[in-house]
Design a protein around this ligand. Structure first.
Ligand code: IPM
Ligand code: MG
Length: 352
């Protein structure tokens, strides 16, 4: 098959990990006889430096007309001025919104060989296989009003947690559909004892639950959910939640896997173009050293092949190769080894 993929390496370690993921894609293309055409574009801090904007209209248009977008990471101390008009993160949020990718899938699996890298006891990690479905284009990140002003002589800042019924329903339905191919259990996370938006969330979750009687639905408050992720993660399967709650819970969940560097994500929406990115950030402290773990990005390409290009066998081939590579003891610095980003990718490609 032929596919157009936009690459947005971004800032910090982004270009290093995306570079290795592209080598994996190229290997897949030659082995399985596909043609992947890449357009590489700037997004984030690098785009602010080059064009004065974290996401230009042209880049967004290129992404919208692609089959899939592969992103590295954005941000860094250079662009951290709180009074700056534009920030790298704004570009990422505008991209998610512009692509309409309302559901962010963040799978968390624990490889047995990496259990010692998790702060949790191994017995707590047995059987952990979680899929967090984070709502991505609404909630506290996008609600209006938002901003700063001076009121009654006081400086004030406002963010709004806003949801429409249809925004909750579509992500909820997607979570239920995904649960069908798994353990048939959905945990809907909210703060319905305090927030009005969460009470609407819970109401719609309950409705969608009734429409899917084969799926077990439970409601959990976000504070309890954050505790349960540590005390009993093996008990959770599909978690569906608000944008900001999902942002926080997925960083927490990532430590179960031993390192954030291991975890991929896929952002999907109504159109066919998907956005794929590792869940880690730009890691400015190790940027340019060639030692970042490329696995989160490589596994994101597997999700890209599966969800956007419907190439299940190719996706599985990557995931199996990563698993074998870890079983064989290949380790980058974040998981206690000395391999470079390139060497880790070589180990994976070798097993494909
Ligand atoms: C993530 C990141 C982003 C988010 C930042 C970089 C805007 O933390 O993808 O989880 O908050 O969504
Ligand atoms: Mg985050």
């Amino acid at each position: 098959m032929k596919a157009n993929i936009v690459l947005l390496p971004g800032d910090g370690i982004g270009p290093e990990v995306v570079g290795e993921a592209v080598r994996v894609l190229d290997f897949i293309a030659s082995k399985y006889n596909h043609t992947f055409e890449y357009k590489e574009r700037l997004m984030g801090g690098c785009s602010i430096d080059a064009y004065g904007s974290s996401l230009t209209d042209e880049t967004l248009a290129d992404c919208q007309s692609a089959d899939a977008v592969l992103l590295g990471a954005v941000g860094g101390p250079k662009w951290d001025d709180p009074t700056a008009k534009d920030r790298p993160e704004r570009g990422l949020l505008a991209l998610r919104k512009g692509l309409g990718v309302f559901a962010n899938l963040r799978p968390v699996k624990v490889h047995p060989a990496l259990m010692e890298w998790s702060p949790l006891k191994p017995e707590k990690l047995q059987g952990v296989d979680i899929l967090v479905v984070r709502e991505l284009t609404g909630g506290l990140y996008f609600g209006w009003p938002k901003g700063r002003d001076v009121k009654d002589g006081r400086e004030r800042a406002v963010d709004t947690l806003e949801y429409y019924d249809y925004e909750i329903r579509r992500v909820m339905e997607l979570a239920f559909n995904l649960a069908k191919g798994r353990k048939k259990k959905v945990t809907s996370v909210d703060k319905a004892n305090v927030l009005e938006s969460s009470r609407l969330w819970r109401q719609i979750a309950t409705k969608v639950g009734k429409e899917n009687p084969d799926i077990e639905l439970e409601h959990t408050l976000v504070d309890t959910a954050s505790m349960r992720l540590i005390t009993g993660p093996a008990w959770m399967d599909v978690i569906v939640t608000e944008n900001m709650f999902g942002d926080i819970l997925t960083d927490e969940a990532s430590v179960l896997a031993g390192s954030m560097g291991m975890l991929p994500s896929a952002s999907l929406g109504e159109s066919t173009v998907g956005l794929y990115e590792p869940i880690h950030g730009s890691a400015p402290d190790i940027a340019g050293k060639g030692i970042a773990n490329p696995i989160g990005t490589i596994l994101s390409t597997a999700m890209l092949l599966r969800h956007s290009l419907k190439l299940e066998a190719e996706a599985t081939a990557i995931e199996k190769a990563v698993e074998e590579t870890i079983t064989n003891g290949a380790r980058t610095a974040d998981i206690g080894g000395k391999l470079t980003t390139r060497q880790m990718a070589d180990e994976i490609i070798k097993r494909m």
